[in-house]
Design a protein around this ligand. Structure first.
Ligand SMILES: Cc1cc2nc3c(=O)[nH]c(=O)nc-3n(C[C@H](O)[C@H](O)[C@H](O)COP(=O)(O)OP(=O)(O)OC[C@H]3O[C@@H](n4cnc5c(N)ncnc54)[C@H](O)[C@@H]3O)c2cc1C
Length: 432
């Protein structure tokens, strides 16, 4: 992807010496971009719009005063790092990059009127935009029954849920069961649930909880990411501590008694019941229209939505056209990657240019397997023809060109250290 800084942006606008002829706006009225959601997608797009765009007014709206990262959050649940390690401030976006950060929640979007209504501590406000980027992450589809996340947490959005699950895990004693569910794909971070099972099993071992174990109720027919690494982790590294149950569709949850009924196994009175429900796009994005899986279809060259090319959805909330069986994963790394494509497309649009067609995106996940070892997974995508299950071209989109997984010999302490280096560089690239 071509990248450009403020100088080249202005040069492309043909106004390197004079600021009077921005194609759609003047300096007195710098183009306005509103970004909803300050996670990996939203923070990155806000930063790069300012970094590359210069004369662009960027307002980032998020209900929280800082973002708490899901990445590394299983280490918080199991006591290996503290919450401060995964709490990412918006301060540098404000002070270094000139992003206007507003603490508030977007309530509604009016695409024809190019306006967003937000609620803040001072009451409701409207924000006008030329382009809008929506990056709200995910919402959950409540399972049948009386699921109450305050009793049986998901901890799949980090923050208070992470602390709740950590505190519940700390109450486990000998022979207790930690029961967790995995929703049908697509869900955020394909290896993440299997990573959690490993980290909880490792915690129970470290705490000498004899006979205590993890029951993994997976709605999918098989392990969804790094099957070799996790099969080995379940059967060898954590042998006797993890019971993996595939095809376990949730039929009913009773949070009060921490009991669950599935198509494959029922459990009553688990000590901890960690329900990770099915996902859909965060509500503010979903209101614009979703596909059968509950995510918002986008144009992968711009992340614009059908009918409103100046409204963009990036990160976990989006559905990117991809070759069958090679979906673009929902990950923080991918959200950061999509944010750069989206920022570039918006700046080109301000300049009257078509989006770059020569684009690539990538994803990486590091999964701790024990307190001293980790695995990794990466995937790269390029824009072009995408294929159906028979290999016939079905359209244009992001085609996965490679998939890398840690060989068994690399599931070690070096990779565990690499995980922190990778995470810190993603945190910095997105938030600082
Ligand atoms: C346990 C676990 C481990 C993970 N490990 C990895 C990993 O190794 N590598 C990796 O790349 N990814 C990993 N992920 C996935 C990663 O966390 C997500 O894919 C990523 O956070 C998605 O970014 P996003 O910007 O789409 O959403 P988020 O980061 O969730 O951000 C969404 C933001 O939008 C805000 N928001 C929501 N609604 C509104 C509204 N109406 N108005 C204003 N703001 C709103 C929220 O407050 C939030 O701050 C992991 C996830 C989990 C759960």
């Amino acid at each position: 992807m071509k990248t450009f800084n403020r100088r080249s942006f202005l040069r492309m606008a043909g106004i390197a010496g004079s600021m009077a002829m921005l194609p759609r706006t003047s300096l007195a009225a710098a183009p306005r971009v509103v970004v909803i959601g300050g996670g990996f997608g939203g923070a990155s797009v806000a930063k790069y719009l300012r970094l590359w765009g210069g004369n662009v007014n960027v307002t980032l709206v998020d209900p929280a005063s800082a973002h708490v990262s899901c990445i590394l959050s299983n280490l918080v649940v199991t006591g290996l790092v503290g919450m401060s390690r995964i709490t990412l401030s918006y301060q540098t976006l404000r002070t270094t990059h000139g992003v206007s950060v507003v603490q508030g929640r977007a309530l509604s979007v009016d695409p024809p009127g190019k306006r967003v209504t937000i609620s803040t501590a001072k009451g409701n406000q409207t924000l006008d935009y030329d382009h809008l980027v929506i990056a709200p992450g995910i919402d959950f589809v409540a399972p049948p029954g009386n699921w109450n996340p305050s009793l049986t947490p998901h901890a799949w959005q980090a923050g208070t849920q992470t602390t709740l699950l950590k505190n519940q895990l700390a109450t486990m004693r000998n022979n207790d069961r930690f029961v967790m569910t995995i929703p049908k794909s697509p869900y955020r971070c394909p290896p993440g649930p299997y990573e959690r099972a490993c980290m909880v099993a490792d915690y129970l071992k470290r705490m000498n909880r004899a006979g205590a174990m993890v029951v993994v109720l997976d709605a999918n027919a098989s392990i969804q990411a790094e099957p070799e690494a996790f099969t080995r982790a379940f059967n060898v590294t954590h042998a006797g501590r993890i019971l993996y149950v595939p095809n376990a569709n949730v039929q009913s949850v009773d949070s009060a008694s921490r009991s669950i009924t599935t198509s494959a196994m029922n459990v009553s009175n688990a000590k901890v019941l960690n329900i990770i429900p099915a996902h859909r796009a965060g509500g503010i994005a979903a209101a614009l229209g979703v596909n059968a899986s509950g995510f918002v279809p986008v144009d992968p060259l711009t992340y614009g939505i059908t009918g409103y090319p100046n409204v963009h959805v990036i990160g976990d909330a989006s559905a990117v056209p991809a070759s069958d069986g090679k979906a673009v994963p929902k990950s923080g790394h991918m959200a950061n990657s999509e944010a750069k494509v989206c920022a570039d497309a918006i700046l080109r649009a301000f300049n009257g240019e078509a989006p770059d067609r020569n684009i690539a995106t990538s994803s990486a996940c590091y999964s701790p397997i024990t307190a001293r070892s980790a695995s990794w997974l990466s995937a790269n995508f390029i824009y072009g023809d995408i294929f159906d299950a028979t290999g016939a071209v079905k359209g244009k989109g992001m085609h996965r060109v490679d998939l890398g997984e840690a060989p068994t010999a690399q599931i070690d302490q070096d990779t565990y250290q690499d995980m922190f280096t990778w995470a810190d560089s993603l945190f910095t690239d997105s938030f600082a």
